[in-house]
Ligand binder design. Sequence first.
Ligand code: DC
Length: 224
Amino acid sequence: MKPTRPFHQTPVIAIDGPTASGKGTVAALVAAQLGFHLLDSGALYRLAALASVRYGVAADDDAALAALVGDLHITFREGCAQLDGVDVSSDIRAEEIGNRASAIAVHQSVRAALVARQRAFRKEPGLVADGRDMGTVIFPDAVLKVFLTASVEARAARRYKQLIQKGFSANMDNLLRDLRERDERDSNRAAAPLKPAADAKLLDTSALSIDQAVDEVVKWYRER
Ligand code: DC
């Protein structure tokens, strides 16, 4: 029988960065190219945010939020995110749910309640994990850590396009304001702030196509 690698050696590529930096798209395409599993950790925070709205838990009640997150009934199947057995893939993409996810993600108790769920995605032959703290907290032993950045204007333009394509309404000025607020909150919170791991490679995607960004990450992985 072919020996399997011990759990801790299953390779992880951590892709972190601010909202709308393109990390979700890049992570999905890198995972597809390498045949790796994919963890969209933001989707977990968004599911928690949606559940908090549905169950009427306040965004500042950290104990109740942590209990809610511990009990969350969520599944990812064929690219769909389900809450309590119902497909909520498009509900969690709404901008207000993203903002609420950012607000509940400041609580250390909420983050702690999501650690094991995130690490459970690490399976052979490998994992591409995208988020804010993949390389710093969740998978500090990742074989490759990438920190994707892009100017706030480039990110707002991408988010605008994404929202319109998904049938949501969008306003550029509001998006710019929300992105700045979220960057500020995600970067300055005490618990697992958004920052590059000391050993992360920085990739500014402002002037890159998605394909160029994917090629760069795959090249780094192959060269490591
Ligand atoms: O990546 P995203 O926009 O889907 O994430 C939504 C929010 O969830 C983000 O503003 C902050 C939070 N988040 C986090 O704190 N840590 C992660 N690993 C992923 C997301």
